[in-house]
Design a binder for this molecule. Structure first.
Ligand code: ZN
Length: 90
């Protein structure tokens, strides 16, 4: 394991946000039992696997890989999403 104080240059901002976080959980898939993303990739007619070590989100029984969550607007990379949201609290 790399020491925590060893720095790398980042080519992008990897932080992601759930604008509507209520009810969502973030997990890391552990083990090799088959677990499928609730959404499908574009041009695929099957549910793809979430693999060992992969980050994923869960809402009730629905599990989403981060790509599908991003594609469906569940996740955003916009840090100030709460400022641009239309239904922001007053
Ligand atoms: Zn997916």
């Amino acid at each position: 394991m790399k020491p925590l104080n060893q720095h790398r240059e980042l080519s992008q901002d990897f932080r992601m946000y759930l604008p509507h976080a209520e009810g969502w959980l973030a997990h890391v898939k552990t083990g090799w039992d088959k677990q499928y993303c609730y959404a499908k990739n574009p041009d695929e007619d099957f549910f793809h696997l979430i693999v060992n070590g992969e980050f994923y989100l869960q809402h009730g029984d629905e599990k989403y890989c981060l790509n599908c969550a991003m594609r469906q607007g569940i996740l955003t990379t916009e840090r100030l999403n709460w400022q641009t949201r239309q239904n922001r609290p007053h």
